[in-house]
Design a binder for this molecule. Structure first.
Ligand code: DHB
Ligand code: FE
Length: 287
């Protein structure tokens, strides 16, 4: 397991910006759920609290550890890391519950780093990038269809991912705003072709409380390289997913537990220099 510090990691920036983004509540727009009634609150919150009380009893937690826990919680708030912590350690369970009642393409977690208002592009598209953007040129192409096989005209692919050094624009100092992010409108047959760079594996910020806890427990802080996608079409449920790359050394030890076998790409050379390409189709269920 490698635990090299992610160079220039900025827990402060990543945490604060992720908190701002979470306030917009995108993930709850994925599925309508009613307001919680008091019985539901008592059941779910009660079970969560009982889980913690059981850990205290079973592992003889003392006051020094209880105080450390309080300080850590305060630190998570102060650094704005709640979205990071929750999306790494809990979101995958929520996503699995949601997936039980869904059809269409396999989804996975949204994570904390989606941003609204990115470049609007038309397929074939090249994501915004620096003139000398490092990394392997990568093409993702495919078609968006309904569950009955109909190509979905007007489909959009909102895509965001790290650069070749594992940095997300908007959440790290280095990449410029909007780098490697865009919302691509497909053609009339729901087809898309997106030119970008292959992303790199990513460690959660190591200088904030989420990373410190992860390292203190001896857990790997790495996520395998991944593309984030929101695939949408009028009248259909948006698929929130990620795509990974075969051979990635962190595929089986994702700190966010978000990998699924269906989501692993095996890109092939296109013959155009170092460029590689993957074809991946999406199926959306009617709303
Ligand atoms: C985190 C980062 C990601 O890139 C992701 O997809 C999920 C979670 C995080 O740092 O919390
Ligand atoms: Fe991510």
């Amino acid at each position: 397991m490698t635990t090299t510090e992610h160079p220039g990691s900025g827990a402060g920036l990543a945490g604060a910006n992720a908190t701002e983004s979470a306030r917009q509540g995108l993930s709850s727009r994925r599925a309508a759920t009613g307001a919680a009634d008091s019985e539901r609150i008592a059941t779910v919150v009660g079970a969560a609290l009982e889980g913690i009380r059981a850990a205290i009893r079973d592992h003889r937690v003392g006051y020094a550890e209880f105080d450390a826990f309080k300080r850590w919680l305060i630190d998570v708030s102060d650094t704005g890391e709640w979205p990071l912590f929750l999306d790494v350690y809990l979101e995958f369970e929520v996503e699995r519950v949601a997936a039980d009642s869904q059809s269409g393409s396999t989804g996975t977690i949204l994570g904390p780093f989606w941003l609204d208002g990115q470049a609007q592009l038309t397929s074939p598209a090249t994501l915004p990038m620096r003139d000398d953007e490092p990394g392997t040129p990568f093409v993702l192409a495919g078609q968006v269809r309904g569950t009955d096989g109909t190509p979905l005209a007007g489909a959009t692919v909102d895509i965001w991912h790290t650069d070749d050094e594992g940095w997300y624009s908007g959440f790290a100092e280095k990449p410029p705003a909007g780098n490697l992010r865009g919302v691509v409108t497909c053609d009339d047959e729901g087809r898309f072709e997106i030119r970008t760079r292959k992303p790199a594996p990513y460690t959660i910020p190591l200088d904030g409380p989420t990373g410190k806890l992860t390292l203190a427990a001896g857990w790997s802080p790495w996520r395998p390289a991944h593309l984030h996608l929101l695939v949408a079409a009028p009248g259909h449920r948006t698929v929130t997913t990620q795509l990974f790359f075969t051979g990635d050394e962190y595929l089986d030890s994702d700190v966010a537990s978000a990998t699924k076998p269906d989501l692993v790409l095996d890109p092939q050379p296109t013959g155009n220099g170092a460029e590689i390409r993957s074809d991946y189709d999406f199926v959306l269920e009617p709303e």
